[in-house]
Ligand binder design. Structure first.
Ligand SMILES: [Zn+2]
Length: 232
């Protein structure tokens, strides 16, 4: 897949999974030639992203290719991609479940398969601000909070996930959203009494979320979005 088709696929998949927030939130992939990030143009919903609504944004925020405005929060992506050479794609959404869960400020417990990716160790939190990540310094701070994790919660804002591939980054966003929703549901019903410990989390990460399983989920999302079932 070209960077443009990866960006289209990421947003359409996120739309299928219910991550849309009117026209806000975005995914980005690393430009293979080092020019910056490919991401959606501002002003479009996830389900509206086409190849004509994708832009190449430099680390300084200049639109180098494509038509349209860049999102204000592009430093989330440029900051993380600068800090994490292993990362090829970044997703930022305003997931309602992740934001509601982050407001509780309690550890994320692995209550289901989804949660094992974000527990033991606990998913990190960026505590610098609940406002927009609009500067390079804030982008670097988000990257520092992320560390080497697959995701970071932004309390009072949303979530950020990463992956070596765009499919992995999108799957991480969907799985974190679901894990937060599951814990919210359980905590609304009563006290948590059962969750995976460190050993079970590690075993289930390998069994449930190895690259083959992640790719299977990603391919399903592409089919559900009506897109060609291409690997990334
Ligand atoms: Zn945001």
């Amino acid at each position: 897949m070209t960077p443009v088709s990866q960006v289209v696929a990421a947003h359409r998949a996120l739309a299928v999974a219910g991550h849309g927030d009117l026209v806000w939130g975005h995914a980005a992939v690393r430009d293979p030639d080092g020019a910056g990030i490919w991401t959606k143009a501002a002003g479009w919903g996830f389900e509206e992203v086409t190849e004509y609504r994708v832009v190449l944004v430099s680390p300084d925020g200049d639109v180098l290719a494509g038509t349209g405005r860049r999102h204000i929060e592009y430093p989330i992506h440029t900051g993380i991609l600068r800090a994490r050479p292993d990362v090829g794609a970044v997703v930022h959404t305003h997931s309602h479940a992740a934001t509601a869960f982050a407001a509780l400020d309690v550890p994320l417990r692995a209550l289901d398969h989804d949660g094992v990716l974000f527990s033991e160790p606990d998913v990190p939190r960026f505590r610098g601000t609940g406002g927009l990540i609009r500067t390079a310094a804030l982008g670097a701070d988000v990257a520092a909070a992320l560390g080497d994790a697959p995701a970071v919660l932004l309390p009072r804002h949303g979530l950020v996930t990463v992956g070596a591939s765009v499919g992995q980054a999108v799957m991480h966003a969907i799985l974190l959203d679901r894990a937060c929703r599951t814990q919210l549901t359980a905590m609304a019903a009563g006290e948590l009494r059962s969750w995976s410990d460190a050993a079970e989390c590690a075993a289930k990460r390998a069994a449930c979320w190895n690259p083959t399983q992640i790719d299977a989920g990603w391919r399903y999302l592409l089919r559900a979005a009506g897109l060609p079932e291409e690997t990334t």
